[in-house]
Ligand binder design. Sequence first.
Ligand code: GYE
Length: 539
Amino acid sequence: MAHDVFISHSSKDKPVADAICTNLEIAGIRCWIAPRDIAPGEDWPTAITNAIAQSRIMVLIFSASSNSSEDVSRELFLASNNKLIIIPFKIEDIEPEPGKQYYLARTHWLDAMYPPTQEQITMLVQRVKSILSAINPDFPKQVEPVRELQPPAVRPAPNQKSRRILLYVMAGVLVVLGIFASFVYAGRLNRPQATSTPTQIPITPSSTPTQIPTMPSSTPTQIPTMPSSYVIPVQKCAPNCTYKDMVVGFIQTGPEGAWRTANNASFDEAATQLGITMKTYDAQGMSANQISAFGTFTQDPTVNVIILAADGVNGFDDVLKAAQAAGKIVILEDRSINSDASLYYTRIGSDFVHEGQEGAAAMCTLLQNMKGKNVVEISGSGVSAGIDRDTGFRQKMTDCGITITASQNGNWATADSKAVTEAWLKDPTLKNFQGVFAVNDEEALGAIQAIQEAGLTPGKDVQVIGFDATKDGFAALINGTLGADIECNPLLGTQVFAAALKGLNGDATMPSFTPSQEGEFFAAQGAAALNAILPTRKY
Ligand code: GYE
């Protein structure tokens, strides 16, 4: 039976492991746990090895007894070999022994206690759910409420005192709802400008995270213009927070091309200049890791701002809600995600749909004197930059009758894109194309290499366009192998930190999206003109 989660634990922690298993399964997550899932007479080591190989996530119940368990060490070894995401659920405050440290050093601990509280188990279920929905968008959305660990207690009739408290609480809730309704209806898409100090709906740090309505987003990576109801978490230093008060958790994508290097560097430089404390996390290209990192930064009491450069589009709702409930200001830099704008403070980045449209217009210009208008696309699937450039290009390509005859993911990388293009050039059914639409410069350079090695001339036999306008992109424009390069600005550090400071100070006037101002460059501008511009390029 396929399952999602392998629960690793010491037999001494069976009650906690069983409770967690029950609650995960209530939430629709299929678990494998010993001894329940070992068939009578089945060989344990084989059963465990197969179970781990078929899982996506390992939840490790970490305690003194599991720390000293050889079986748990072997399970960790197998989990790492099978590239499972490991979530250590710490129910005792002890450090892992060296052998286990090896596997747990880069994971994100979920601190709990013995026995764990409902809230801690809720956090674990949400974390697992978010990771699974990131891995597989079809994964069920709603998290079922976690059932209490002990059998339901018979509730005693409330006495005078508790009845009075009950009344106060209900009154309080009504007041909050009232303010909320006024907030939504008074400033539906525009944050109220009424008062100089922004309207704050008090987020009382209660046991369960504040429920925030989510507006279903229609199309994928819908770029919202103005949020409907983002509640800005109130900071102690507000309204006079300074950069010195800012502690940032920066969740980065992981290594990509020159654009990403420049983007990360712009944050490092700005943080140093402004005296901001910044903790960065490199997600190695996996949004599942990013969702896990969110949990860590959300639990980190020192962090008050979380910045995300998304490696995916789905699965962020729950961690955004948790971060907001924990009082963190969340800002999206660069890419958008499929979460409603009411779940984050703002996004700063490019309008990728617009870039895609610019790309199509450039390709139309370049194909004017070509014998055909067949274009192959080297995409950047799974993230908004690739998805939206593709959307924008396809919206405009019909203006001049372009047909996309093949499309494949190039992983933002030169080598992958070269291989993809080589395959198309060798395929008699696909080789008849006059243009290459590559969603970044690294991919465009890969296509150019393949075209040249096939004995064709890029810029003459085949027109290639790229995105980013990096120095390497410029060099290709200057030598004429690249026909056009649509600029995408990576230098966002200073702007994002300025927005974060506004967020810390409760500034409700910040638009939910601030698109970067960008242009495009053509080989037709000529080497002289382009060479004059090149020294001014910072990336
Ligand atoms: O175009 C590409 C990078 O998200 C805009 O990601 C960014 C893209 C950029 O890998 O080079």
